[in-house]
Design a protein around this ligand. Sequence first.
Ligand SMILES: Nc1ncnc2c1ncn2[C@@H]1O[C@H](COP(=O)(O)OP(=O)(O)OP(=O)(O)O)[C@@H](O)[C@H]1O
Ligand SMILES: [Mg+2]
Length: 249
Amino acid sequence: MSIIQINNLKKSFGTNVVLQGIDLTIAKSEVVVVMGPSGSGKSTLLRCLNFLEEPTEGNIRIGDFQVDSGGKANRKRKKEIRELRKRTGFVFQSFNLFPHKTAIENVMEGPIIIHGTKIEEARILAKALLTKVGLGERCDYYPAQLSGGQQQRVAIARSLALNPMVMLYDEPTSALDPELVKEVLQVIKDLAREGMTMIIVTHEMSFAKDVADRVIFMDKGVIVEQGTSEEIFLNPKEERTRQFLSIVE
Ligand SMILES: Nc1ncnc2c1ncn2[C@@H]1O[C@H](COP(=O)(O)OP(=O)(O)OP(=O)(O)O)[C@@H](O)[C@H]1O
Ligand SMILES: [Mg+2]
């Protein structure tokens, strides 16, 4: 069974229709890269997936759990949305770490607050995850003492600490100096190899070629075309895709 199912997802901001009815099914362990021009709705798609934005229409299923758009904002619904969010890890362009907490405290926080994990257990988990992203020696550093690439890897570890079914990345390397991009992409590649299901919005073409099982090209709130990275990068069928690729390459 697919791990993510998006049905007829629509999102408008006032009269601005940003997502025009997206249908998307993603298999377990699939790595999907989303590309497209600025304003095409990539971030909105990711944000609607865990209801950081409330979709105008449609529904989202992650794992065995479905949330429909348009529900009343009552306590039951808040709980539904929390359940959905538990299934996703979200990594933003701007790392969003707590500045007054060390790397390890940043990673421990979620399991303690959300899962009720005991402090010592959370510390062991956090240490293992920071080691996994290459920061085992930086546990006690504060975000300001870490490079952008290191901060982003802490942010990835922090998301992983909640044991999500799927990881969502919104341009995870676009705020980084070029020499720091590689270390973050490597961590994401390692996760792909381990079978983590991921949706990644990125402009990093060679990374996309490397890691993507499927590349989706979006424009103006629709999926214009999708296929393997070879199909999309070497042999795009749609004029809009060709135009976009000629600009970013
Ligand atoms: N909170 C909001 N309120 C109003 N309009 C919004 C909001 N968020 C996004 N939009 C609009 O939705 C459209 C799509 O934005 P979105 O951020 O999803 O694009 P994007 O593909 O991620 O672009 P970029 O590559 O620049 O990040 C834009 O026209 C944007 O102005
Ligand atoms: Mg965006």
